[in-house]
Design a protein around this ligand. Structure first.
Ligand code: NAG
Length: 422
C-alpha cells in the first residue's frame, strides 16, 4: 500500500517512472508520428512493442459531413492538433522527449498536404532534441504491425493491405524488403465502399449516422434477407494476374441503385427498401475478387517456392481489414492452402501512431534508415512498397480453379453473419 502511494506521488512529482524507464536502464524508446491521411496519431513504444503512451485525433466526422476528404482541410486539422496529440502520447508515457532514442515519422505515401505536417513537425522535434529521424513508409508500417501483435511471426509472409487509399498483395521479406505481387489499378475498395454508402444515403438512417461508410455497409449487409438478390460480376475474372480493380463494380452498383430508385420511386432523402441486399451483393463481389487474387498469389508462391509450407501466414491489414464479413471468405482460401490468417486488432488496422513507432523499432533494430542527417528527406505522394513482380505473376499465366465460397455464402444467406458482426 505504502509503496503504491509512493509510486503515485513519485509519478506526480519526481516522474520516477520515467527516471527508471529512460535514464537508469537506458531503455530504447521510439516516438512515432502518423499524418498521411485523415488521422493524426502518435505513440511511444519500447523495444518489446509495449505501448507506453498513445494518442489519436480522428478527422473522420469532419470528412463524413463533407462527403469525402478535402486535402487542405485535412492539412489544417493536422496542423491544429499535431502538437496536442504528440504531447499527450509523451505525457501518458511518463517520459520526456530527452528519453527518446529516435523519432519515426510517416513520410510516404499519402496525401502530400497531410504528410507535410507530420514530416515538418517530426523534423523540428528531432532538431530541437537532437534525435535521429526515421522516415517511415506508411504501407510497410501497416504490413509490419502484425509482428508487434504476434511476436513469433517471421519473414517471409504474405500481406494483403486494403484500405480507403490502397489495395495490394505483397510478400514481406524483411523489415525493408517487399515483393509486390499485385495492386489496385483504379480506386481502392474502402473509397468505393464509402462512395456507395453515401449514394445509398445510409447516413440518413439514425443507426448509421456517425459510422464510416464501410462500417455502415457491413451492418446493413448483415441484415440482408436475400444477399443473392443482386449479383454483381466479380472484377478481372479473366485476367491472370493479381491486380485489383473496383471502378467497374462501382459503376454496376450505382446503375443498380438508380434502377431501384426508379422502381420504388424514392424521395431524395429516403433510403431504398432493398438497401441491405444491395450492400450484401456488393460485399460478396468484393470478397470474391479479393479471394481470387489471394488464391492466385498463393498458387504463384507454391510454384516458385517463395514461402515455406511450415510457416504460412497471410497478414490482412488496413481500414477494410476491420470489416468482419470479408475476412470470413478469405479464411476459406487460407484453410485450403495451409495459411493462417492474421488480422491486427481494428485500432491497429486503421491508421495510427503505434504502427509508425513500431516500424521505427524494426528499423532501429535492423539498422536501416535511422538518420542523423535528415535535411534532404522529403515527403512523397507515391512510393512503391518494393520490387514489383507483377509481370512475373502475369507471365506465370496460372490457370486457377477457383475455390468455392459456398461456406461463406451459406454464412451470409443464413443470416448467420449477424453473429460475425462484432
Ligand atoms: C497491374 O497494375 C500495375 C500498376 O497499376 C500496372 O502497371 C500493370 O500494367 C498491371 N498489370 C496488368 C497485367 O494488368
Amino acid at each position: 500500500m505504502l509503496s503504491l502511494i509512493v509510486r503515485v506521488i513519485a509519478r506526480k512529482t519526481l516522474n520516477f517512472d520515467s527516471f527508471f524507464r529512460g535514464t537508469i536502464f537506458k531503455r530504447h524508446l521510439i516516438l512515432g508520428i502518423e499524418t498521411s491521411c485523415d488521422d493524426t496519431g502518435c505513440a511511444v513504444l519500447d523495444f518489446d512493442g509495449t505501448i507506453l503512451g498513445e494518442s489519436l485525433y480522428s478527422q473522420h466526422l469532419f470528412h463524413l459531413m463533407n462527403g469525402g476528404i478535402i486535402p487542405p482541410l485535412a492539412r489544417d486539422l493536422h496542423r491544429m492538433h499535431i502538437e496536442t496529440v504528440v504531447h499527450q502520447a509523451v505525457k501518458e508515457s511518463g517520459l520526456c522527449f530527452n528519453d527518446l532514442s529516435a523519432i519515426s515519422v510517416t513520410t510516404e505515401p499519402g496525401l502530400p498536404m497531410s504528410l507535410s505536417i507530420g514530416t515538418k513537425y517530426g523534423k523540428y522535434l528531432c532538431r530541437h532534441y537532437k534525435k535521429p529521424f526515421i522516415p517511415i513508409h506508411h504501407m510497410k508500417a501497416h504490413a509490419l504491425t502484425a509482428r508487434m501483435v504476434k511476436r513469433d511471426l517471421e519473414f517471409p509472409y504474405l500481406v494483403l493491405l486494403v484500405s480507403g487509399g490502397h489495395c495490394l498483395l505483397a510478400i514481406a521479406k524483411s523489415a525493408d524488403d517487399f515483393l509486390l505481387l499485385g495492386e489496385v489499378i483504379d480506386n481502392a475498395p474502402g473509397e468505393i465502399m464509402d462512395k456507395i454508402a453515401r449514394r445509398l444515403k445510409l447516413k440518413n438512417l439514425r443507426e448509421y449516422s456517425v459510422l464510416s461508410g464501410g462500417r455502415a455497409m457491413e451492418v446493413a449487409a448483415s441484415k440482408a434477407d436475400n444477399p443473392l438478390e443482386f449479383e454483381f460480376a466479380t472484377p478481372l475474372m479473366h485476367y491472370r494476374n493479381c491486380n485489383f480493380s473496383f471502378a467497374g463494380l462501382h459503376n454496376k452498383v450505382t446503375r443498380t441503385i438508380i434502377t431501384e430508385e426508379k422502381k420504388y420511386n424514392v424521395a431524395p432523402d429516403q433510403v431504398l427498401p432493398s438497401v441491405n441486399n444491395i450492400c450484401a451483393g456488393f460485399l460478396l463481389s468484393i470478397t470474391r475478387h479479393l479471394c481470387h487474387r489471394i488464391q492466385r498469389a498463393m498458387e504463384f508462391i507454391d510454384a516458385r517456392n517463395l514461402i515455406l509450407p511450415q510457416h504460412r501466414i497471410l497478414v490482412m491489414s488496413g481500414g477494410v481489414a476491420c470489416n468482419n464479413i470479408i475476412p470470413q471468405g478469405i479464411e476459406i482460401i487460407c484453410n485450403e492452402f495451409g495459411y493462417k490468417l492474421v488480422r491486427p486488432p481494428p485500432k491497429l488496422c486503421t491508421d495510427n501512431g503505434v504502427m509508425i513507432a513500431w516500424n521505427g523499432v524494426e528499423r532501429w533494430k535492423a539498422k536501416v534508415g535511422v538518420l542523423q542527417n535528415f535535411d534532404h528527406v522529403d515527403y512523397n505522394k507515391c512510393s512503391p512498397i518494393g520490387e514489383s513482380i507483377i509481370e512475373e505473376v502475369t507471365q506465370a499465366n496460372l490457370k486457377c480453379k477457383w475455390i468455392k465460397l459456398d461456406k461463406f455464402l451459406n454464412l451470409i444467406t443464413n443470416g448467420e453473419n449477424q453473429k460475425a458482426v462484432v
